[in-house]
Write a protein that binds this ligand. Structure first.
Ligand code: ADP
Ligand code: 5GP
Length: 217
């Protein structure tokens, strides 16, 4: 009998890119493809944008509450990005991966590095998205229509800082055509789920094969 899906370990899927390259769009598409994928809802000290819902888009915390949460060891990783604090609450992630569910993180290179240096590294899949060009990145930030000119200029200035960490990731995709990138992400995820370390129940299957094999000798 092949290993059952429920017997697998959950993956930590990290998506990083400069702001505007397509992380949220692709994360949403992956979730539509497979609704069992959980999003890691980050905590942040930044102000909510119009339409953002506390507990769904982010856990919006005061700086004091954020820092105390870090001191209590409640964050799997945390970093200062664009002048605000961001972090991934540990408990929700651990519960999900123990239950065999994949968790998707939209976090920056500092967070990716911290998770990669943690014991969870063996269950981590990290993917970096590059824009087709810097001009297109700018256009996407403008077309998204969420940020003012100052915020966009700041994100563009910081884009190289994020891009310069591209080579620390397992996979790198140029997000040119959205459908193509989505197909590639699906393929990467499908393959990563088959890693030996993600399939704890495969050991008992191999034992069964051994028993059966020995019985035929
Ligand atoms: P991020 O989460 O990385 O900041 P978003 O997912 O919000 O980026 O994408 C920024 C903008 O670019 C959005 O308006 C989105 O619809 C658009 N976008 C994302 N991927 C593509 C793509 N491959 N081609 C064209 N537009 C894209
Ligand atoms: P935004 O303010 O546009 O939602 O996010 C700004 C940046 O912060 C993005 O690059 C995003 O990936 C990053 N980010 C969001 N949540 C976290 C987090 O929990 N940890 C880290 N390290 N970065 C985060």
């Amino acid at each position: 009998m092949p290993a059952k899906t429920a017997d697998r370990r959950g993956l930590l899927i990290i998506l990083s890119s400069p702001s505007g390259a397509g992380k949220s769009t692709l994360a949403k598409r992956l979730r539509e493809w497979d609704s069992s994928i959980r999003f890691s809802v980050s905590a942040t000290t930044r102000e909510p944008r119009p339409g953002e819902v506390d507990g769904k888009d982010y856990h919006f915390l005061t700086e004091e509450a954020f820092k105390s949460s870090v001191e209590e060891g409640e964050m799997l990783e945390h970093a200062r990005v664009f002048g605000n604090y961001y972090g991934s609450p540990r408990a929700a992630v651990q519960d999900a991966i123990d239950a065999g569910q994949d968790v998707l993180f939209d976090i920056d290179w500092q967070g990716a590095q911290q998770i990669s240096n943690s014991p969870l590294n063996q269950h981590t899949l990290s993917i970096f998205l590059l824009p087709p060009s810097i001009t297109e990145l700018h256009r996407r930030l403008q077309d998204r229509g969420q940020d003012g000119a100052d915020v966009i200029a700041d994100r563009m200035r910081k884009s190289w800082d994020e891009i310069s960490h591209w080579d620390a990731y397992d996979f790198v995709l140029v997000n040119d055509n959205l459908d193509d990138t989505e197909q590639k992400l699906r393929a990467i995820l499908t393959a990563a789920r088959l890693r030996r370390t993600q399939q704890p129940s495969i050991t008992s299957h191999v034992r069964q094969l051994q028993t059966e094999f020995e019985a035929t000798q």
